[in-house]
Design a protein around this ligand. Structure first.
Ligand code: FES
Length: 159
């Protein structure tokens, strides 16, 4: 099978997964080879493929997530894709989240076109707010500079 190019349309991911499962599904110790194959071909392991993988090899989705998060090599988002969850709750607002959020919104239009901003209502870091999570990694006492540094790390993520 020829490797697919990175960022190919999502609708082909299912076809690719079927080919990978066909090759590995009935082999012993197939989870890691399947995860490696998916990431090698797509560039990351899309979260919507985890349930079909789990079902195909008779494991739970939680187990698959556990393995993915245990090995630093695996990632569930493409390098460069940035998802910022921004806490909108009162404790963070009282600590100045709105000003930082406005600055982040301006960056979305200029420096970070591949970033998305999602409002969330508490990340459990209220005493250390304002808080965000960048690709599910929490950041406390945020400033625009802190977020920029984190995003730079995401944009240059390596295998
Ligand atoms: S209020 Fe923002 S993290 Fe809880």
């Amino acid at each position: 099978m020829q490797p697919a190019t990175l960022h190919e349309p999502r609708h082909t991911h299912g076809q690719l997964l079927n080919q990978i499962l066909e090759e590995h599904q009935h082999k012993e110790g197939n989870l890691l080879p399947i995860l490696h194959a998916v990431q090698d071909h797509i560039g990351y392991i899309p979260e919507n493929l985890i349930a079909p993988i789990a079902q195909a090899i008779n494991r739970s989705s939680a187990e698959i997530f556990g393995v993915i998060s245990f090995y630093k090599h695996f990632r569930t988002q493409a390098c460069g894709d940035i998802h910022i969850e921004f806490c909108q709750a009162e404790a963070c607002q009282a600590r100045g989240s709105k000003e930082v959020e406005q600055a982040v919104k301006e960056m979305l239009h200029t420096e970070w076109p591949n970033a998305t901003l999602e409002p969330v209502y508490c990340l459990g870091l209220c005493a250390q707010g304002p808080a965000v999570a960048v690709n599910q990694q929490p950041l406390a006492r945020i400033t625009l500079e802190k977020i920029k540094a984190k995003i730079q790390g995401v944009a240059t993520c390596k295998g």
